[in-house]
Write a protein that binds this ligand. Structure first.
Ligand code: URA
Length: 300
């Protein structure tokens, strides 16, 4: 493809992407209000405000039971004090959306707004995320689930909790302490695709040090073995015996069926919406990734 052809193709794609993201259907004031109130109703427990619509038309793998399992998980961890963030959080931000969704979006961690509202991605970056996923027929109210690698707000200065711009990335220890919650959410949901948003969640889920620029836009198998060591899986007895030691680690017990289902889960990294707000030049690549997600989910 010549440079001119590439420019034309890029421009076309840009226009297409701008049009769908800014579509009034998804950005009207009324719709924002509906999205906000439904998100409020469905915060924390992972229950959805309305029933699920599945992108591919496939029947859900485990209808109804996933919501109950997530609720149980939420109850287990909602008062979590596994790391220092537990002492300063306002709300535990578990996740939101339809537990039977085929796609799980994973961000970094709650910020100021999320901490106050108890739902992920409800600030500026969240509004953009809602628009982005709406452009491919997804929403947190119907057929998507959104969570973070850590569930509590990491503040640069916990002495000034009401200050804006007081967010910091979670430390490796905080990510480590929180990871069993996300891993159990994944084991319950068994999504077909996990879309990681930005470097931190991509690094955690893919167990890599590579940055998002080199990884985005490519489907990668979800590494079940890394998160669920074979020794633990093969020997339930061993797991029980070792439970004390493993309870605080990443190891999460899953059955053979779950393990098999997760074997077909794919990870698709893309830019974090906050990065797109900072640098709109990244939007065309992000749109390419979303289209790949849409096409992947459309396959049987
Ligand atoms: N809000 C979230 O919930 N997660 C992020 O990663 C950023 C904003």
């Amino acid at each position: 493809m010549s440079d001119v052809q590439k420019l034309i193709a890029d421009t076309k794609q840009w226009l297409e992407q701008e049009k769908v993201w800014d579509d009034q259907i998804y950005c009207s004031k009324e719709n924002k209000a509906v999205i906000a109130s439904e998100a409020k109703q469905s915060v924390s427990t992972g229950q959805t405000a309305s029933s699920g619509r599945h992108t591919s038309g496939n029947p859900p793998r485990n209808d109804g039971m996933k919501a109950d399992a997530l609720k149980t998980l939420y109850e287990k961890y909602k008062d979590c004090q596994r790391c220092p963030l537990g002492a300063t959080r306002i709300k535990f931000v578990f996740g939101v959306g339809n537990p039977d969704s085929e796609v799980l979006f994973i961000g970094e961690g709650p910020g100021y707004e999320e901490d106050r509202r108890g739902a992920p991605f409800v600030g500026k970056a969240g509004l953009l995320l809602d628009k982005m996923i709406a452009a491919i027929g997804l929403s947190r109210q119907t057929n998507a689930y959104i969570a973070n690698i850590v569930k509590c707000h990491a503040m640069a200065n916990p002495q000034t909790p009401d200050a804006r711009n007081n967010d910091r990335p979670p430390s490796p220890e905080e990510v480590e302490a929180c990871s069993p919650i996300l891993l159990q959410q994944i084991a319950i949901m068994k999504p077909r695709v996990i879309m990681t948003l930005g470097s931190p969640s991509t690094k955690m889920i893919l167990h890599t040090k590579e940055g998002i620029t080199g990884l985005r836009g490519k489907l990668v198998p979800f590494d079940v073995e890394y998160f669920y060591p074979a020794s633990v899986l093969e020997e339930v007895a061993l797991f029980e015996e070792e439970a004390g030691k493993l309870a605080e680690s990443k190891a999460v017990k899953i059955d053979a069926e779950t393990r098999q289902a997760l074997g077909s889960t794919q990870v698709l990294p893309t830019y974090h919406p906050a990065a797109l707000l900072r640098n709109p030049n990244l939007k065309p690549e992000s749109w390419t990734d979303l289209k790949l997600l849409r096409d992947t989910l459309a396959k049987p």
